[in-house]
Ligand binder design. Structure first.
Ligand SMILES: [Zn+2]
Ligand SMILES: [Zn+2]
Length: 281
């Protein structure tokens, strides 16, 4: 397991790599571009190369995250076009940064119904991936199920992946907060979650974990991240993830609310403490 956190890339990619290292992160995540915008990003290839070399030297793993405002299931032609163009670009940027994958949120059916939304999502994924030949995976993230979000259950995510023409180009990212809010797991059902991951074939394609506590209660279908141990999931339940052999080797990324990135140094130390089995929480 490589414990780490989300890092701002505002000052350039190679700076973000150094920053992650300073905070004690063994893995980290960056946005491919402004998360609330879709403006094409000019990639500084020289700086990216520097960052990739630094990551290699220190054995760090990177996960990239695509902007929030795309919708893989949109019925609107213009947003569909922008979504395809933007995520294709995100894959290119993620690959340039040496990321294992680019996280993308599942589609929202916006009133068209789950079936229709799922079909659109599969078609859009096909369009995005048909010409992509790089080695960066598109990572589907499970959702809390806010509004008309698709992708609440592992079974649904596996079905979507398998329905595409390019399942080999798709992996998964599991968010602990979203899973809890969607009712996919809780402390009492942790073993069941791991079993479902194994039985459905989800685990084989799991490439990253977003590690967050939740401000909102179990099955609330609200996406509200909280610091580890301060939310409704609690430290004891989250520690099970850190100690589970099935997740060995995966990047575990904090996306918890902080006023300043520096605060992650302490939270990463806390994760190491939780991971040690003798610790009572
Ligand atoms: Zn997440
Ligand atoms: Zn979230």
């Amino acid at each position: 397991m490589q414990l780490g956190c989300h890092i701002s890339v505002a000052k350039g990619f190679s700076k973000a790599c150094r920053r992650a290292k300073e905070l004690g992160a063994e893995s980290f995540q960056v946005f491919t571009k402004n998360p609330r915008g879709l403006r094409p990003k000019k990639v500084d290839y020289k700086d990216a190369e520097k960052g990739v070399a630094f990551m290699r030297e220190h054995g760090m793993t990177l996960v990239a995250h695509t902007p929030y405002i795309t919708n893989l299931s949109t019925p609107k032609a213009d947003l569909h076009e922008v979504t395809v163009r933007s995520i294709k670009e995100d894959l290119h940027i993620a690959e340039t940064y040496g990321a294992v994958g680019a996280v993308v949120h599942c589609g929202k059916h916006v009133g068209e119904g789950v079936e229709s939304g799922t079909r659109r999502m599969v078609d859009t994924l096909n369009e995005i991936l048909s010409e992509y030949e790089g080695d960066c995976l598109l990572l589907l993230e499970n959702t809390a199920g806010q509004g008309s979000e698709l992708g609440l259950t592992l079974e649904e995510l596996v079905r979507i992946r398998e329905a595409t023409e390019h399942p080999e180009k798709i992996g998964f990212c599991f968010d602990t907060c979203h899973g809890f809010a969607a009712g996919a797991w809780s402390e009492d059902f942790f073993d069941n979650l791991v079993r479902v991951m194994e039985e459905t074939g989800y685990l084989k394609h799991l490439r990253a974990i977003h590690f967050n506590d939740s401000k909102a209660p179990y099955q609330s279908r609200k996406d509200r991240h909280e610091k580890i141990g301060k939310g409704e999931i609690g430290a004891a339940a989250l520690a099970k993830f850190l100690r589970c052999k099935s997740f060995e080797g995966l990047p575990v990324i904090l996306e918890t609310p902080v006023d300043h990135e520096d605060e992650y140094a302490e939270e990463i130390r806390y994760l190491h403490q939780l991971k040690r089995e003798e610790t009572n929480v």
